[in-house]
Design a protein around this ligand. Structure first.
Ligand code: F6R
Length: 617
């Protein structure tokens, strides 16, 4: 999500670090900072906003030539806020209490509140709202009070105590000849150069200096010196890692070696879903620390109004099923631009749930204000921390998708669903409709989803082949029942927006009321078949379209019976509770749309007529 660069060597460090941050700029960020070693101490310069703000601050200190300071060691960071709004204080690097240890971090420390509490009772003071700051203090605590012999022992001990995901760079004023890097569930590479060594969260950040990289694996630690690198596990045992030669150009390196950002982002879904759910699940229960909704507030809610646009609106349709079935509260879903003008029935007993990736969509924002004006309490599910919708909503539950660059939304949708499920289970517990034990069963199922997504991604060739055979289709229908219909809307939108093929989503049972007239020899029909209780009915609908010549792609769970007999091709997904199935079954639809668009030669990442953030009405 955020970006990291680090350097130690014989060349001036600041130009290398700033060059690396510029290379990470395409990902979007809200603040940036550097920590560097100079005259026996660590200096930190960090600024909210664009990189030019940081550059300006550095030039104020060093003049126009950033190589003038004689600095040979430093770590740098661009931040995409997760804990705490974008601000100078929340920017990285973070310093320990004495200012002698600096840390940059990507990922999420899940137990940071517990650590923060215990360090606070020991007298540590925190200056930011971030989860990262606890790492700096904890390393210092071990370094100074727990008789850890050196920085490395203090870092290893800290890694044994933090939970969650991390790519870390650690600098210590007492050890100016080295710095330390570590990773778990967040990418980090070590670059081996002729004049020094590097760390980077993304290869483009260091590609102009070296093409020899060590890809750190989970729970590995590297100690970097100007003349060499040692890699070990988190117990300090040496690990033998061979460098890999990278021959990508900068552009493909930015895309992580994928041809398009969209494909890169689809591959980030397992990580994004894990980051959205895992930090909020503790002992089977759900903890939404920043949410102020109490059991009394929830008991007052008489109806829920979901407001969103496009993909986020489709996530809203899944939310309606989930909330109605588990909480038994009536839910309406509106597209934001319609909601505003239809004189909606909303009052003080309405909870308005607003869903938005960017947090800046004007229609959604205006609709949220309208709901608020009519007395509703507002609850936003948003990806961009500190965005307008996040700031104005009464409560915010952030999705942890990270920056989404491709115009077509992919990982944002999966994480919106993950957030929706967390909220639904929490509401159900607060309403007394779900016991803590039942909640633990649901959260266990949620935690299993990232692994299932991994399998779907590794089986993608089936979809690639099917797309190759059918990319010339003139019109594609997506049909489903129940949650599969909600999901079909998203599958259809994905296909039309990037491949420009006409497509419609229909409820399976509704076809015969008119639309079936459009089905003819060779018409392509995509059918999600994840709703076990509706499977026989859907098989009936598939027979109806097959009888008129349709070609059918089914998306079904491993153990779904009979579907091979009626579909032309079946893409199997791991068995999953039907309520959670859209989060998995959307991914084959995204992949299918992607492969069709690539075969047609479309500009996948920047489809015609579309913009990533729609800030006009
Ligand atoms: C589709 C897509 C759009 C957005 C919609 C809402 O792939 O990206 O339909 O989902 O414009 O945007 P956000 O979620 O930023 O409010």
């Amino acid at each position: 999500m955020c970006g990291i660069v680090g350097y130690i060597g014989s060349r001036p460090a600041l130009p290398i670090l700033m060059g690396g941050l510029h290379r990470l700029e395409y990902r979007g960020y809200d603040s940036a900072g550097v920590a560097f070693f100079q005259e026996g101490r660590i200096d930190v310069v960090k600024r909210k906003g664009r990189l030019s703000n940081l550059e300006g601050a550095l030039r104020g200190q060093f003049g126009d030539d950033l190589s003038s300071g004689g600095i040979r060691l430093g770590i740098a960071h661009t931040r995409w806020a997760t804990h705490g709004a974008p601000s100078d204080e929340n920017s990285h690097p973070h310093l320990s209490a004495s200012g002698r240890i600096a840390v940059v971090h990507n990922g999420i420390i899940e137990n940071y509140l517990e650590i923060k509490r215990s360090l606070t009772t020991l007298g540590y003071r925190f200056v930011s709202e971030t989860d990262t700051e606890v790492v700096a203090h904890l390393i210092e605590h071990h370094f100074t009070t727990d008789a850890c012999r050196d920085l490395l022992s203090a870092v290893l001990r800290t890694l044994g105590e933090i939970e969650g995901s991390y790519a870390l760079g650690v600098l210590c004023a007492d050890d100016p000849d080295s710095f330390i890097a570590a990773r778990k569930d967040s990418p980090l590479v070590v670059g081996l150069g002729d004049h020094g060594n590097f760390i980077a969260s993304d290869i483009p950040a260091i590609l102009e200096h070296t093409r020899e990289v060590l890809i750190l694996e989970d729970k590995e630690v590297a100690v970097l010196r100007a003349d060499g690198v040692r890699v070990m596990d988190t117990l300090g045992r040496p690990v033998d890692r061979r460098p890999m030669h990278v021959d990508w150009d900068i552009e493909s390196a930015e895309k992580g070696g994928y041809e398009h950002f969209m494909m890169k982002e689809i591959h980030e879904e397992p990580r994004a879903v894990r980051d959205t759910v895992a930090p909020r699940i503790h002992g089977g229960g759900i903890r939404l620390d920043d949410i102020s909704l109490t059991a009394e507030d929830v008991a007052r809610i008489q109806r829920i109004q979901i407001i969103a646009c496009g993909t986020a609106n489709h996530a809203g349709h899944v939310a309606r099923h989930a909330i109605e079935s588990l909480c038994r509260i009536p839910v309406d879903v509106d597209v934001a631009s319609e909601f505003r003008y239809r004189d909606p029935i909303v009052d003080g007993r309405t909870l308005a749930i607003v869903i938005s990736q960017s947090g800046e969509t004007l229609d959604t924002m205006a609709a949220m204000r309208e709901a608020k004006r009519r007395g509703a309490r507002t609850f936003a599910i948003v990806n961009v921390v500190g965005s307008s919708i996040a700031r104005e909503a009464d409560d915010v539950l952030y999705t942890m998708a990270g920056p989404e660059i491709a115009v077509a939304s992919t990982k944002a949708y999966n994480t919106q669903l993950a957030a929706v499920y967390l909220l639904t289970f929490r509401l159900a517990v607060l309403l007394g409709r779900m016991t803590e034990a039942e909640c633990a069963i649901w959260t266990g199922k949620l935690l299993a989803l990232p692994e299932s997504l991994e399998r779907i991604l590794s089986d993608r060739e089936v979809l690639q082949r099917f797309a190759y055979e059918h990319f010339n289709a003139r019109s594609v229908f997506f049909i489903g029942r129940g949650l599969d219909f909600a999901l079909s809307m998203e599958g259809s939108l994905k296909l039309k927006e990037i491949s420009y093929i006409h497509s419609e989503a229909y409820a399976g049972g509704e076809l015969k009321h008119g639309t079936i007239a459009l089905i003819e020899e060779g018409t392509l029909v995509v059918c999600p078949l994840t709703q076990t209780s509706l499977l026989d009915k859907m098989i009936g609908n598939i027979r109806e379209v097959k009888a008129r010549g349709a070609v059918v792609l089914g998306i079904a769970c491993d153990s779904a019976p009979k579907v091979d007999d009626v579909c032309d091709t079946v893409f199997r997904i791991p068995d999953v509770d039907p309520l959670l199935a859209p989060l998995l079954a959307v991914t084959p639809m995204q992949l299918f749309a992607y492969y069709v668009a690539v075969n047609k030669g479309c500009d996948v990442d920047k489809p015609r007529n579309l913009a990533k953030s729609v800030t006009v009405e």
